[in-house]
Ligand binder design. Structure first.
Ligand code: PLP
Length: 229
């Protein structure tokens, strides 16, 4: 087995155990492989080992890899901060966007989504901590934003996403993910997705209802930030 195959098996086992611990069906937890800074060859290997969904943060890097991997039926998720001048390419080249946090970006994505493609699956990113991350709408902004996005014709609002302040304390991890679940439940919308949990805290996220865990390091190893992004 290659390192990536071994890592996928380990992550799958962690997901299974975490789901079992709270009597969830592990099949309801999607594994999103976060492939930012990783070469196309690593994605090809992960695909061969059974993964289909890949998350990218940097548009140009993602587009380059999509060209290289054109022969594979991959599902692409954009999970990074979004600038206005990037919305057109994101609307054209991705299946999901997890990081929508303001109306203007949502409107552009809907307007620019080609009519030939199904509506773009969207999660709204919520900033739970107020300071750890600058991305994400506030919990106060969420209600009106969700209502507006749910009405956009070329977007399909699926749920919420968060990146909580890092902590090693499982109770604190769960508390943050529980807040996102509660915010989702409070919206009077039919939302089936909670995108939460990364390499360090996927167990806590699954305990609180994650339907996508976004895993980079535990699958591909440490990222080389020296690489141009
Ligand atoms: C990089 C990244 C991840 C993956 O983080 P790991 O700790 O490497 O698993 C998940 N979500 C987002 C939004 C990221 O930017």
């Amino acid at each position: 087995m290659s390192t990536i195959e071994k890592n996928i098996a380990k992550v799958a086992a962690r997901i299974r155990e975490a789901a079992q611990a709270v009597h969830r069906d592990a099949a309801t937890v999607g594994l999103l492989a976060v492939s930012k800074t990783q070469p196309a060859a690593a994605i090809r290997e992960a695909f061969a080992a059974g993964l289909r969904d890949f998350g990218e943060n940097y548009l140009q890097e993602a587009l380059d890899k999509q060209v290289e991997l054109d022969d594979l039926p991959l599902i692409w998720h954009f999970i990074g901060p979004i600038q206005s001048n990037k919305t057109k390419a994101i609307a054209e080249h991705f299946d999901w966007v997890h990081s929508v946090d303001r109306l203007k970006i949502a409107q552009r994505l809907s307007d620019q989504r080609p009519a030939t493609l199904p509506p773009l699956n969207v999660c709204l990113q919520v900033n739970l901590s107020g300071e750890a991350s600058k991305s994400g709408c506030t919990p106060q902004e969420l209600g009106p934003l969700a209502e507006a996005v749910a009405a956009m014709p070329q977007l399909r609002l699926r749920g919420l996403m968060c990146i909580p302040a890092p902590t090693e304390d499982p109770a604190e991890q769960r508390a943050a993910f529980a807040r996102l679940r509660l915010l989702r439940d409070e919206l009077a919308l039919d939302l089936d997705t909670l995108s939460m949990g990364m390499s360090q805290d996927l167990e806590a996220a699954i305990a609180e209802g994650a339907t996508w865990v976004r895993i980079g390091t535990a699958l591909f190893g440490a990222r080389d930030y020296g690489r141009p992004q």
